[in-house]
Design a protein around this ligand. Sequence first.
Ligand code: PBG
Length: 302
Amino acid sequence: MALVQAERAATLLRGLVPGLATRTVPTTTSGDTWPGPLADAGGKALFVKEVDRRLQLGEVDVAVHCLKDVPGDRPLPEGLVTAATLPRDDVHDVLLAPDASPVTTLDDLPAGAAVATGAVRRRAQLLALRPDLRVVDVRGAVATRLEKLDGLRPVLDADAMVLARAGLMRLGLTGRIRRVFPLDEVLPAVGAGVLTVQCRADDEAVIALLHRADDPRTHAEATAERAMLHGLRGHCGSPVAGHCTTDENGQLTLRAAVFTPDGTRTARASLHATSRNDAAALGTRVCEALLTQGARTIIDAP
Ligand SMILES: NCc1[nH]cc(CCC(=O)O)c1CC(=O)O
């Protein structure tokens, strides 16, 4: 998925500068090799730090990350800046089932069925919909997760799995999707479907080029979502969901929710801002609305 994403950014840049030559440098991250549950590694920048290191060292000039994987609770690594936020892809989470299974919705799953996901946010929302489900951990690249689901690797015994539609689209695997969860059933992660592009803070030529690839709308939506998450002191592994949209008049709406891991308690808030310039303030207001409803104790629940 990371290679497809890097290629996407490279194609965009070549479109802006005719004749520009680009080279994609594959980099294995600790997210690919981490042996334990991803939930235990929440917020540790596992998917980004080796790539950022290469950027700092000058081995590459541009880094492309899923915004979801970039920790929001700390500054970027020394000497790096975000220079572009690319137009957002789909934000929905989807249900998948083993190749041979007839399951198409959660309702098709028998009582006590096992559903695989590594994200506490997904676990909580699944259990809110179906408290009888058994949520099992899964990790690894998307293609590997699908192989596990199909039983090709005998390590995962699950009747279904939840993944982001954006990742499956990037890999050309949307044929595996059984059901798209509507946003009022499963609210996405902060930054879902957003690619963020970084470079060195002193690399003025690259900054100027990347600025032309920035999508102001996605940029503002992501700013609102991340300000909310930051206010809650959360990260991509927190039981926090948030999704900001922009309507035809440029008005922003940020919907957000926090959950206990068992899905029994939630706090929700939805607020508007009339202009993009108020995106960060919108995030802060939604955060405060959640905190007023007891978000702190909900997030910290075991
Ligand atoms: N670390 C996992 C990760 N980071 C970003 C995506 C999907 C693309 C996105 O939502 O931006 C995924 C896989 C998934 O959640 O299914």
